[in-house]
Design a protein around this ligand. Structure first.
Ligand SMILES: Cc1ncc(COP(=O)(O)O)c(C=O)c1O
Length: 439
């Protein structure tokens, strides 16, 4: 935690957020019926009634939340430019997460590229990876002759589906690469057990999961290597930046040699000066931002989880509305970018399309989001870009995720009034769902 004097320099929304979130949905019940009846008497905004959401929301999802500490740190680097902030960040990271080896890279994509290089697998080696992810989890494999094997996700966790992975195992499978999507930890205990049994390497894309845990183990440290992004929207934002975490010194040395021509250690020392053709060093300004954002990372994550729960605990009482969850109680998650809900159209008694239209009219920031699936993109279908072509099966779970997602913004500061207004908007829409557009 920041000390008291540090805390005074946080912007008010961030300071208040850390202190006071945790509103409980006590005493609220849609099932009791009276709220449903009251909501039914109101006219939907889509039919000309007043909007339920009157607070214009963009401040509620303002991010990143920088303050005086960050501004002062930027000035310090500008007054006396050096690369020392990278060493300081790496020192603090190792200390915070209890890891022996890490390297600051220019972004998550660079850290992932260096990780694939560090794997040192022969061309044709297959790596199982979800399609429901950002390109950087997959596309850099191309440069090393690695073969992405697309694995499905569970549509309610949006995470790696181990059952599907079991079906995709071949003699060429060498590694699995789960992604902890928008801060929900994958079942790394089960994935690692299976990988051990099959002698597969586990590596993690923890670009959304800074400070998240399964049991008492941080995400990014379950696998042999793990990667984080510090891009501006991320839970630990440095505008641009990334970190690789390594269990083994040789992986760290190899990943470092790939993009840090002045840090060639161990058996890679001879490449100092020539490097390996890329330059992936983090910017010192970013390193300072990341170092400062690390200080209150976990209380900030926890406040975000309480904030989302205060809203979701009420919303998921509505028929057919669900939240992103693995159902596990032994995890510490975070929220990032979206507060992802899902609509089961049959149980809700209306189509997603109709619900979204009515909710938008009420002032709710939502959409019929379809996250771009990597396996559908031209890059993975054109042989000319690949040493060995990607393996692209049917992915019904990924499709389902895109068919039933109902994303809300992740409120990054405490927003009790806005939450009440969102609840009211959902109640109004659900109360009128019989006439809103049948499934
Ligand atoms: C899951 C995932 N992996 C990797 C990355 C790449 O990180 P960066 O943007 O820092 O290169 C991102 C960034 O959006 C991401 O969402």
């Amino acid at each position: 935690m920041r000390n008291q004097s540090d805390n005074t320099s946080l912007p008010p929304s961030r300071r208040t957020f850390l202190k006071t979130t945790g509103v409980v949905a006590a005493g609220w019940s849609w099932a009791a019926g009276s709220r449903a009846r009251a909501a039914k008497l109101e006219t939907l905004a889509i039919d000309g009634g007043p909007r339920a959401v009157r607070i214009r929301g963009s401040k509620a999802w303002r991010w990143p939340l920088y303050g005086d500490l960050e501004e002062e740190a930027m000035r310090r680097v500008l007054r006396s430019p050096s690369y020392a902030p990278l060493d300081t960040l790496e020192r603090d990271w190792k200390h915070h997460f209890g890891v022996d080896f890490c390297r600051a890279h220019c972004n998550g994509t660079g850290a992932l590229s260096a990780m694939f290089f560090a794997l040192d697998l022969p061309p044709g080696s297959e790596i199982m990876v979800p399609s429901y992810t950002f390109f950087a989890t997959i596309a850099p494999m191309r440069m090393f002759g690695l073969v992405p094997v697309f694995v499905d996700i569970n549509p309610q966790t949006l995470n790696f589906d181990l059952e599907d992975a079991r079906r995709r195992l071949t003699k060429n499978t060498k590694a699995v690469l789960p992604v902890h999507w928008i801060g929900l930890p994958c079942d790394m205990d089960q994935i690692c057990d299976w990988a051990d049994e099959k002698e597969l390497i586990v590596v993690e894309d923890a670009c959304h999961a800074h400070g998240c845990k399964l049991g008492d183990r941080y995400m990014g440290s379950w696998g042999r290597m793990g990667v984080f992004s510090f891009q501006m929207t991320k839970p630990l934002p440095a505008i641009e930046g990334g970190m690789g975490v390594y269990q083994q010194r040789d992986d760290c040395d190899r990943a470092t040699a790939f993009g840090h021509y002045k840090k060639c250690f161990g058996k890679y020392a001879k490449y100092e000066g020539s490097g390996m053709a890329t330059k992936l060093r983090m910017h010192p300004l970013a390193a300072e931002l990341a170092r400062l954002q690390l200080v209150d990372l976990e209380p900030r994550n926890a406040a975000g989880v309480r904030q989302a729960a205060a809203l979701n605990d009420r919303l998921i009482q509505l028929p057919g509305l669900l939240k992103q969850t693995s159902g596990r109680t032994d995890i510490q998650r975070l929220h990032y970018a979206w507060n992802m809900l899902f609509i089961d159209e049959k149980k809700a008694g209306m189509s997603r399309e109709a619900a979204v239209r009515a909710l938008q009219a009420e002032g709710v920031e939502t959409s019929t989001l379809a996250y771009p699936l990597q396996h559908e993109m031209p890059l993975y279908h054109e042989a000319r870009w690949w040493h060995h072509k990607p393996i692209i099966p049917e992915l019904p779970g990924s499709k389902k995720a895109n068919a039933w997602s109902l994303p809300l913004p992740y409120f990054t500061s405490e927003q009790p009034e806005l939450c009440d207004q969102y609840v009211k908007a959902f109640e109004k829409v659900w109360a009128h769902r019989d006439k809103l557009g049948k499934v």
